[in-house]
Design a protein around this ligand. Structure first.
Ligand SMILES: *[C@@H]1O[C@H](CO)[C@@H](O)[C@H](O)[C@H]1NC(C)=O
Ligand SMILES: *[C@@H]1O[C@H](CO)[C@@H](O)[C@H](O)[C@H]1NC(C)=O
Ligand SMILES: *[C@@H]1O[C@H](CO)[C@@H](O)[C@H](O)[C@H]1NC(C)=O
Ligand SMILES: *[C@@H]1O[C@H](CO)[C@@H](O)[C@H](O)[C@H]1NC(C)=O
Ligand SMILES: *[C@@H]1O[C@H](CO)[C@@H](O)[C@H](O)[C@H]1NC(C)=O
Length: 797
């Protein structure tokens, strides 16, 4: 008996020794207590204090470039899930220090010595040591080993097995999954004994609506997460008032945590320990409340999702969505709600626009509040007509002969089978119902040939220049690497599928149906089950240089981007010479095809497309994990999906197609296309090159013509950006939309958009706005001032 125990001990010692040897960062600082004079510095490698088993660690987690979070995390799982942190609102800069000072003070200071946080201890208490315990609790202890302070008593949004919260106590949801600042939901164990979940009036902590509660009254109540994985509300005398989660899975075999998630759901998660492979992950064990969408019913506030959006719950996950015709104000913070994408109905008595609106039907949907009027014993048709006749009515709920008219903003939206009624959402038709004949394909091609031959005959030189520019662009973008390479990710962790060449050969029927071609690739149509429409676009790359690893790293960076205005990469093929990319199929083809044809798209479609491109670029520049400079924004690279949403394609390719050619650039200066001036001046290439190209595309969208149009007779008009500038300069913008009656109605908007376009094509990159500003201006959230005098324009004439 004793012998086996001794063996077991020896064995575990050996194991931990092995572990320690294998992870040098932990080697220096395991188990031992942290004594005064010790500190950790934000940004220094391996700067952490691990618990004896190394299952938890205390230290700095990098959240952004120069922002660190002082935190405790699960240290043995790849996710390193954070369970506790200090002030996610104000991240600590690089070089900040957390220290147990020699005069027994535990605090966080920035590199200048300014105190950012301290464990508020009474001055008379002397800390003898600090320790990161295996339970996940970080403690400060006095001489007599008494706890003076512990992280378990200062929870953020998470509780762990072994943790007890005594009333009063509170968990605050974080703002977004990776933003640790205070969010919109609270979990409260109140002084009176009640345990509640609240929505707040964000950004304050003022409570709004309690969407879940367990009643108790008096003192002596605790919330206990015990070591068998039960989460219970218990009275002092041992009576269990309420069981929030019960778990028979032992904490020996599973990591466990319970979190008030950013979406307002309190979830109990489990994670198998020693799963032996890398396939372990957190899974949801229980959720509270059982359906948050139906529970949040505040008269004030937007509900479980943002204004004008609706909430669905699948038993684990909450999802917020916008009805068609609406889109998220901020796709990364869907709780900000949805905005209407069309112009509201006019209230003008003479033009009530009744014919211009129609209804979108969503079954089992309700917006319980925001009623303006209620009718009984009416038909659905009557209900619709009533809403059409009322310019304030944005939608109606119809159920069993009842008709409720709704006004904006809509709140507490939800879809659930238990609701039974239906929502009829009023949307503008012209945007929704668009007739487009696909019969101009041939037309397009012949036009292309004509233009091609004109170009060829008029100037072989120009073609040469274009080719050189293309190479130059690819070369310099290939090298620009603003945020540094992320570590190469295993493809198995992405959603990307790795195809064999044979699969793609079959899927494209032997690469027969060509969709388009560029300097470095040819795109084919393909068929693949379980994709939208069972269609894909396969891009066959030629001239890809670099190793397999590099290729996969670049492809995985592209695969990590997800945005509604980008064409999603689905997979790739990497077999020797054959390198192919597989994309979603975009049924409506390129913007070039859509825009430069006889029947022009409506003004609204063009505005939508402009905003879509801008948002896609904003995402590439600012919001994806590795900044991506597109380098080749032009109408041929913007595709349109079924709903005519603009989707940027070919992003990330410039870097993938590293082309090592050096080119003399002097001959190119002055060529006008989509390429910014800095390409020719050997200046650094920044995201502002995309802003320039976007500006050109925007002007093309406004005027429905190519920037460079040889067919135009009047020489002044041949280069669009010059002509636009002249028109603007002489106050003659109406000339730009001469034969576009629709745009003439919106002359003020046309002028604003022209100004935005001119700002974007400033010669000085720093004078151009950022894509964020462009989006704000396009959406009317930011005033557009007059662009400065553009010296480059006149000087070249
Ligand atoms: C988190 O969100 C807040 C509120 O919008 C914002 O001020 C802060 O900069 C964000 N923090 C990070 C790291 O993105
Ligand atoms: C945890 O609580 C449950 C329910 O009260 C109880 O059955 C179980 O024995 C408790 N486990 C521990 C380790 O206290
Ligand atoms: C224990 O406390 C609860 C709440 O205060 C009370 O309802 C219950 O009667 C008490 N039970 C006993 C056995 O005292
Ligand atoms: C909930 O969302 C997570 C993360 O997005 C996902 O992994 C999980 O499969 C989803 N669960 C369900 C039931 O859809
Ligand atoms: C209007 O156009 C935008 C962009 O193309 C699209 O997202 C939206 O769904 C359209 N509205 C309707 C009602 O179809």
């Amino acid at each position: 008996m004793h012998l086996t125990m001794a063996f077991a001990q020896l064995y575990s010692m050996l194991l931990s020794l092995l572990f320690a040897l294998c992870s040098p960062s932990v080697l220096s600082q395991t188990s031992s207590n942290i004594t005064p004079g010790n500190s950790l510095i934000a940004g220094e490698d391996g700067s952490l204090w691990a618990s004896p088993s190394a299952e938890f660690a205390f230290g700095f987690k990098q959240i952004e470039e120069n922002g660190f979070l002082l935190a405790i995390w699960f240290n043995k799982i790849p996710e390193q899930t954070i369970v506790w942190s200090v002030d996610g609102q104000n991240l600590a800069p690089k070089g900040s220090k957390v220290e147990l000072t020699s005069n027994a003070w535990f605090r966080l200071v920035d590199p200048n010595g300014k105190q950012l946080w301290d464990a508020s201890l009474s001055r008379t208490r002397v800390v003898a040591y600090a320790a990161m315990l295996d339970s996940g609790n970080f403690v400060l202890c006095g001489q007599d080993s008494h706890n003076l302070w512990q992280s378990f008593e200062q929870p953020t949004d998470t509780i762990l097995p072994g943790q007890v919260l005594n009333q009063p106590a509170q968990l605050v949801a974080r703002y977004l999954p990776t933003n640790y600042s205070r969010g919109r939901f609270l979990f409260n164990l109140q002084p009176d004994g009640n345990l509640l979940l609240y929505t707040t009036f964000f950004p304050t902590d003022l409570v709004n609506f309690a969407y879940w509660s367990t009643q108790a009254f008096g003192t002596g109540f605790s919330l206990i997460f015990n070591l068998s994985g039960y989460i219970i509300l218990r009275a002092d005398n041992g009576t269990i008032i309420s069981t929030i989660s019960s778990n028979t899975l032992s904490t020996q075999n599973f990591y466990q945590r319970a979190v008030l998630d950013y979406d307002g759901v309190f979830r109990h998660y489990i994670y198998p320990k020693n799963s032996g492979s890398s396939t372990g992950s957190w899974s949801t064990f229980s959720v509270t409340p059982s359906n948050i969408c139906l529970r949040v019913n505040g008269v004030m506030g937007s509900g479980a999702c943002g204004f004008n959006s609706y909430c669905t719950f699948d038993g684990t996950n909450k999802s917020c969505q916008c009805p068609n015709g609406y889109s998220f104000i901020d796709p990364y913070d869907v709780m900000k709600g949805c905005k209407q994408d069309f112009v509201s109905q006019s209230c003008d008595q003479t033009s009530r626009e009744i014919d211009l609106f129609d209804f979108l039907e969503i079954p089992n949907m309700d917006w319980p509040f925001s009623d303006s009027e209620q009718f009984e014993l009416v038909s659905e048709d009557w209900c619709k007509q009533e809403c059409l006749a009322d310019c304030f009515c944005s939608s109606v709920i119809f159920k069993n002969g009842y008709c409720w008219k709704k006004k904006q903003p809509l709140s507490n939206g939800r879809v659930d089978p238990s609701i039974r009624g239906k929502a009829l959402i009023k949307i503008r038709k012209d945007n929704a119902t668009l007739i487009l004949k696909d019969n101009n394909k041939d037309n397009d091609r012949s036009q292309l040939i004509i233009i091609g031959s004109t170009l060829l005959s008029s100037s072989v030189f120009l073609n040469l220049v274009l080719l050189v520019v293309a190479c130059l662009v690819a070369y310099r973008c290939g090298r620009s690497n603003p945020k540094g390479d992320q570590a190469v990710q295993l493809t198995s962790t992405m959603n990307l599928r790795s195809f064999t060449y044979e699969e793609l050969w079959k899927g494209t029927k032997g690469f027969t149906e060509e969709l388009g071609r560029g300097a470095f690739s040819i795109v084919y149509k393909g068929f693949l089950p379980n994709t939208p429409g069972n269609l894909i676009a396969v891009k066959k790359l030629n001239m890809v240089k670099g190793s397999e690893k590099e290729f996969e790293a670049e492809v995985s960076a592209i695969g990590r981007t997800h945005h509604r205005n980008l064409v999603q990469l689905l997979g790739f093929c990497n077999e020797g010479e054959d390198r192919l990319l597989v994309y979603e199929f975009m049924s409506r083809g390129t913007l070039a095809k859509f825009l430069f044809k006889d029947q022009r798209p409506t003004w609204y479609q063009r505005v939508d497309i402009a905003i879509g491109i801008a948002k896609g670029l904003l995402y590439l520049h600012e919001d994806c994990s590795t900044q991506i400079i597109h380098c080749d924004i032009k109408p041929q690279n913007i595709l349109l999906d079924d709903a005519y949403t603009a989707r940027i394609s070919d992003f990330g390719l410039a870097k993938l197609l590293k082309i090592d050619q050096t080119v003399t650039t002097t001959a190119i200066r002055g060529t006008k296309g989509y390429v910014a001036i800095e390409w020719f001046k050997n200046k650094p290439i920044t995201i502002k090159v995309d802003v320039y190209s976007f500006g050109v595309v925007l002007l093309e969208l406004i005027c429905c013509r190519k920037n460079f149009d040889m067919n135009v007779e009047d020489e002044h008009k041949m280069v669009l950006i010059d002509w636009v500038y002249d028109c603007f300069h002489y106050g003659k913008l109406d000339l730009l939309v001469e034969d576009d009656e629709e745009a003439q109605i919106y002359m003020k908007k046309v002028e604003e958009y022209v100004k935005i376009g001119l700002w974007c094509i400033q010669e000085d990159p720093s004078g151009r706005p950022t894509m964020k500003q462009v989006v704000q201006m396009l959406e009317g959230f930011m005033d557009v001032s007059n662009p400065p005098y553009l010296s480059s324009f006149t000087s070249q004439r």
